[in-house]
Write a protein that binds this ligand. Sequence first.
Ligand SMILES: [Zn+2]
Ligand SMILES: [Zn+2]
Length: 318
Amino acid sequence: MKAVVFDEQGLCLKDIPLPKLQPGEALVKVLLGGLCRTDIEICNGYMNFRGVLGHEFVGVVEEAEDKALIGKRVVSEINCPCYQCEMCRVGEYRHCYNRTVLGIYGRDGVFAEYASIPVANLHTLPDAIPNEFAVFTEPLAACYRVLEQIQVKPTDSVVVLGDGKMGQLLSQVLSPMVSKFICIGKYDKKLRFLKELNIGCCKFRECRLPFNADIVIDATGNPTALEYAIGIVKPRGVIVLKSTVADCFKLNLSRLVVNEVTILGSRCGRFEPAIKSLSSGMVKVDYLISGIYDADNFLVAFEKAKEKESLKVLIRFG
Ligand SMILES: [Zn+2]
Ligand SMILES: [Zn+2]
């Protein structure tokens, strides 16, 4: 089968054998994959990953022990837990000490014609969600993760930093929940999308400070955004970090201590709320698609995804 592989030879399309199913796994025929910043970071050395890339996708189950699953359209959670360690025993599967992660750590990903996926990770999709939208389930679930971690009150003022894919999705999820909301971005085109959705936004450096926000969420992918977040968060407020940035930088933490600010890391979330809002149309994703490419053109897709103006780029496998 065709697969987009990252290894010693770099990023290339390879012909590799079909995945061998382990007990509890299903063989999923991949239809569409979504390119994520993480995929690009992996090609820059992040996580030292070698193998089939990709973790965002929609597919159809072709083989599974449970015959009722066959033919079902599915998306998949990316963390594959051991179900035995200390974290798994308390139900914190996404923090399993022995986990593998689709296309990121210890397990082949989904940028291939077929992928082997633990059945427990699969979620079947309602017909209301087209394939092009279903690919957004995983990143949207990561936005809903914030609501699992902190209570957002209607009276809260919320700032999202970053107008990229994650910033756009976070803005759509959070802005209807609070009376004061603003997304701070850098790109006119991306900010225009938010305006069209009637979501408050402004351009970085054109915003008037201070904001005194109860909650500031960083989705910029830029390590220096934390410093900016510290400058606009209220005393006793919360800063949520959504970007996994490999870079290090120097930061004065005294303001955090004096103002008793909480810093919260936030990663993967439950799929159910994401599937629900994609199905109802409450969260819009059509405008986030910057291009759909055939697997043979995966290199063009990667280049497109790296463009500053790009949002989500999809790769077609089936
Ligand atoms: Zn991703
Ligand atoms: Zn575990």
